[in-house]
Design a binder for this molecule. Structure first.
Ligand SMILES: C[S@@+](CC[C@H](N)C(=O)[O-])C[C@H]1O[C@@H](n2cnc3c(N)ncnc32)[C@H](O)[C@@H]1O
Length: 271
């Protein structure tokens, strides 16, 4: 596939505004997202070798460790720079769109959709992406789908000491009420899920056993704010360890899903 139909805003954001390759490495909350995503996935993945399709896999942050673990990984992403970066991880990679995968029916043991769901604002587009994930997954195969939490901006901007400003309260209030990030600052236009909505969307796509985990747990914004407010790295710190422990301790309590920055739905395609 040589061209895909994601919005110019998404192409501009990932090609020019940020280098997504740094996101899970350079900050403490990025490292927290990586460590937790890795441990949640490793708990559910089949033993290697297995065929993994990483849809919206970006520069291959997850592809890299999956290849090292012995999986056969293929990345699909609409951003040329990401496809080039992902191809350097030991995975194969192609330009593509979650809503129109080129893979054959049942070709993969595992499908990861860790990114497209928040970039697809319309429910119909998210349903198409999940239907495609189901189509290319073999019966009994494992699906993982990430979302951004509806409440993440509230926690983040409270911790950054932004909410004393009326303009910030208005902007965060709009995200809370509409679940739409307007894309004016810091990120693209995006859809933010509640845990139950993400579970329901995955279940409705033909994964009735879907369940949802909070990735970063209830204290990630403290970590982000500590770095932002001091200019120091907290990637290796007792605060990092404490926040990581909080994420693990929060796991059994569904009420605390609302406090994580990202959500991870996991499911098996019925046999
Ligand atoms: C925040 S990045 C996440 C990258 C990686 N999966 C991770 O978890 O670190 C979101 C990714 O979704 C990709 N994306 C956006 N819209 C997409 C679509 N319609 N189909 C496939 N990927 C898409 C972006 O190009 C980007 O690489």
């Amino acid at each position: 596939m040589t061209s895909v139909e994601v919005t110019p805003e998404i192409v501009r954001f990932y090609s020019e505004t940020v280098d997504e390759a740094d996101r899970l490495i350079s900050t403490a909350d990025g490292r927290l997202e990586m460590v937790r995503t890795q441990e949640l996935l490793r708990r559910h993945l089949p033993s290697p070798p297995a065929r993994v399709l990483d849809v919206g896999g970006g520069p291959g942050a997850h592809a890299r460790w999956l290849v090292e673990d012995g999986y056969d990984v293929h990345v699909v992403d609409p951003i040329t720079r990401h496809v080039e970066q992902a191809a350097a991880t030991g995975a194969t990679a192609e330009l593509g769109d979650a809503r129109r995968l080129t893979a054959d029916d049942g070709a993969y043991d595992v499908v990861l959709v860790l990114g497209p769901m928040y970039h697809l604002r319309q429910r119909a587009d998210r349903d198409r992406a999940l239907a495609e994930a189901r189509r290319v997954l073999r019966p009994g195969g494992f699906l993982a789908v990430a979302g951004i939490n509806r409440y993440a901006s509230l926690f983040e901007h409270a911790a950054y000491a932004h909410l004393h400003k009326e303009s910030m309260r208005e902007s965060i209030g709009t995200i809370l009420a509409t679940q739409i990030h307007d894309g004016k600052q810091a990120f693209t236009t995006a859809y933010f899920h509640t845990g139950e909505q993400l579970r329901e969307e995955v279940a409705a796509a033909g994964f009735p056993d879907a369940s949802v985990f909070g990735i970063e747990g209830p204290a990630w914004s403290l970590l982000a704010a500590a770095e932002r407010n001091t200019g120091q790295s907290f990637r290796e710190s007792s605060l990092f360890e404490s926040v990581l422990s909080a994420a693990r301790m929060a796991e059994p309590y569904p009420e605390l899903l609302a406090a994580s920055s990202h959500l991870l739905a996991v499911a098996r395609r019925p046999v």
